[in-house]
Design a protein around this ligand. Structure first.
Ligand code: FAD
Length: 336
């Protein structure tokens, strides 16, 4: 494994922030991780990058950036109900979804076209169109930096929540996810909670994994900006959760408020709707702006620095707080 110095990260993060890594390497297997550990790289500043689609670099990275290229899928078990697939963490997430759809494994299709790698999928428990990846995760395998050993954590211990997991909290900066084991159904089992999907696929005859995947790809490409055209990291903020009382107060004032009930009885509010209501959809300041089709996405129109994007996001949060008394928290990982 080669370690190189002064590497531009511009094409390794979808926000297209032009910063440099002091050291850079690509890992293709577990031995590479052990080598980095033996050479003491984890005692200094380090970060592992998948697709760079959920990070915002504020500055040059004064440590080692490890690009994950650990690839491969393996079928661990299959019976008449289910299949367990081990997917290595450097595989592209959508390549994994395509593999599931092609092999008639049910459960990943609603998450089609989410950018990034398999290894990052449990970190924020990626979700879209009525599904979260935790629903199909069986266990996660990782390298534990402190004990220098490879471990497996069962799904029940991963503390999955909305855009949350143990990897964003107790295990943050302490682990490198090497593979994820997924449990998928081999029997038809569609998740059609999302209204447009349930409308389109109401007729059972019309349902198939590839039809659903194609529809989701169509919806996503029409709604989300292409990262090759404008740097972005998808939703910049999480949808905030408020109590039923707070919700009633808002609903009286804004009857058109877009919301979803959560399992805990609270109410999740669409952060995109909140931003839109402040009048900031399509708003641009310097090199940064919100997407004119979806206010929750912040765009780098070219040449923006990480700090410019942070300042813009703080301006948006302040406007939302001022109008609704609701705090927005970033979904994107800010890298100092
Ligand atoms: C256009 C667009 C649309 C998006 N839509 C969605 C969506 O619908 N739903 C959704 O949930 N997300 C969405 N995202 C966000 C993003 O795609 C996901 O968060 C994705 O899982 C990030 O994967 P990545 O490999 O790019 O992670 P990176 O950005 O490379 O890393 C994210 C964080 O995880 C850490 N990390 C990465 N790999 C590992 C590993 N192997 N071990 C330990 N830590 C690791 C990194 O250090 C970093 O802190 C979208 C992003 C974009 C740009």
């Amino acid at each position: 494994m080669k370690i190189i110095e002064n590497v531009s990260l511009k094409n390794l993060n979808t926000f297209k922030i032009d910063v440099k890594a002091k050291f850079f390497c690509e890992v293709t297997n577990k031995e590479d991780i052990l080598e980095l550990s033996d050479e003491g790289f984890f005692k200094k500043k380090w970060i592992i990058l998948g697709g760079g689609s959920n990070v915002l670099f504020l500055d040059d990275f004064d440590g080692i950036v490890i690009k994950n290229r650990i690839s491969g899928f393996e079928e661990l078990l299959k019976d008449e109900e289910k299949v367990i697939i081990k997917a290595n963490s450097g595989e592209l997430w959508d390549v994994f979804v395509d593999y599931c759809v092609t092999n008639s494994f049910y459960g990943a299709e609603n998450l089609s076209l989410i950018p990034g790698t398999v290894g990052a999928s449990p970190i924020q428990n990626i979700g879209a169109y009525g599904t979260e990846v935790s629903e199909i995760i069986f266990s996660v395998e990782y390298f534990d930096i402190k004990s220098k050993s490879f471990r497996t954590i069962e799904k029940s211990l991963c503390e999955f929540g909305y855009r949350e997991s143990i990897f964003k909290n107790d295990l943050k900066n302490k682990t490198i996810i090497t593979s994820v084991n997924f449990k998928l159904s081999v029997k038809p089992n569609y998740k059609l909670i999302y209204k447009p999907l349930s409308d389109i696929f109401a007729d059972k005859e019309k349902r198939s994994l590839s039809e659903i995947r194609n529809k989701i790809i169509e919806i996503r490409t029409s709604k989300l900006p292409d990262t090759d055209v404008f740097g972005n990291a998808g939703s910049f903020f999480k949808n905030p959760e408020i109590t039923p009382d707070e919700f009633e107060r808002l609903k009286r004032e804004y009857p058109d408020i877009v919301s979803f009930k959560t399992e805990s009885g609270n109410v999740k509010i669409s952060a995109g709707w909140l931003i839109e209501k402040t009048g900031l959809k399509g708003f641009k300041k310097g090199n940064v702006g919100t997407y004119n089709q979806q206010a929750l996405v912040i765009l780098n129109f070219g040449g923006a620095k990480g700090n410019e994007i942070i300042q813009f996001s703080e301006f948006i949060s302040a406007e939302v707080l001022n109008m609704f008394k609701i705090n927005l928290t970033p979904e994107v990982n800010i890298i100092y």
